[in-house]
Design a protein around this ligand. Structure first.
Ligand code: HEC
Ligand code: HEC
Length: 233
């Protein structure tokens, strides 16, 4: 009898450790940009813990094994499946995005099961971020058709470079992502989702700019961004 109970408990334990169903209902849903009074990047205990950790890229290389299947050993992701390129990304950006995903401010049902602190601790996330940050940007990322690059450049220089940098380098101190060398299809989707409020952790200042963008403007600027490479590489 005792044995049977233990087995049942074990089975239940194993079941609850898995995503609840095909639509991943276990992912939490925290307040995002659609919420009145939403503040972008408001302080988060878990994030502060990761930011304060004295990170080790060497430990990060080991902890990164959980992520490799999707983001690839060199951090280059997958253009077609829209798995972002992570090599060279700012430490602060990787940490913020991870914390937003696991707390439910950014929906990512595919990755959510791999982001919880039962898989990676705040300290391990900091280690992984340090590891990814020092990997070279592959530059073999997916690009657009090149048909509207002149339009893309003029839009980027006017509306995006102030935060994402002239060469797409972003700004780690301000949590602004590096966009250079990122996959075209990912950039396009994130811009569209930010405009349409599907990316719930987006910067309201950026969303204001994107509101006037048509889908073809977004395609043009994304193609341009995907071809940028930071000056110091
Ligand atoms: C099952 C596949 C999968 C696994 C495993 C996975 N990810 Fe992801 N990751 C994704 C997808 C898909 C996205 C983009 C989701 C979207 O479009 O919002 C993403 C997005 C991200 C982002 C945001 C990138 C950006 O530029 O905003 C970071 C950071 C990230 N992943 C880090 C990790 C780390 C670290 C691990 C391992 C602990 C990991 N991922 C494991 C699929 C995965
Ligand atoms: C006010 C500063 C600001 C401006 C201007 C801005 N962005 Fe952003 N952008 C951000 C921030 C901050 C994020 C990260 C948001 C978050 O925390 O998820 C971001 C994220 C992104 C992402 C997702 C990157 C990733 O790695 O997931 C894309 C794509 C993007 N911006 C495109 C654009 C485009 C295109 C423009 C110009 C039309 C633009 N941004 C203008 C601040 C800005």
């Amino acid at each position: 009898m005792k044995l049977k109970l233990t087995l049942t408990a074990l089975t239940l334990g194993a079941l609850t450790a898995l995503p609840a169903s095909a639509d991943f209902q276990q992912q939490p849903h925290a307040a995002g940009i659609e919420t009145y009074g939403y503040t972008w990047n408001s302080p988060d205990q878990d994030m502060n813990k990761a930011l304060a950790h004295k990170a080790s890229a060497q430990k990060g290389a080991t902890a990164y094994k959980v992520c490799k299947g999707c983001h690839k050993p060199d951090g280059s992701g997958l253009a077609d499946a829209e798995y972002p390129q992570l090599a060279g990304q700012h430490v602060s950006v990787i940490i913020k995005q991870m914390m937003d995903i696991r707390s439910g401010r950014r929906d990512n049902p595919r990755m959510y099961p791999f982001s919880g602190d039962w898989i990676v601790s705040a300290e391990e996330i900091a280690d992984i971020a340090a590891y990814l940050n020092q990997l070279p940007i592959p530059g073999s990322n997916g690009k657009g058709s090149a048909a509207t690059l002149a339009l893309g450049k003029s839009l980027y220089d006017k509306d995006c470079a102030s935060c994402h940098g002239k060469n797409g380098e972003g700004d780690g101190k301000k949590f602004y992502p590096l966009v250079a060398g990122q996959h075209f299809s990912y950039l396009k989707r994130e811009s569209r989702e930010s405009r349409d409020q599907g990316r719930r952790n987006a910067s309201p200042e950026m969303v204001k700019v994107l509101k006037s963008y048509s889908d073809s403007d977004i395609a043009a600027v994304s193609d341009y961004m995907s071809r940028l490479l930071p000056a110091k590489q």
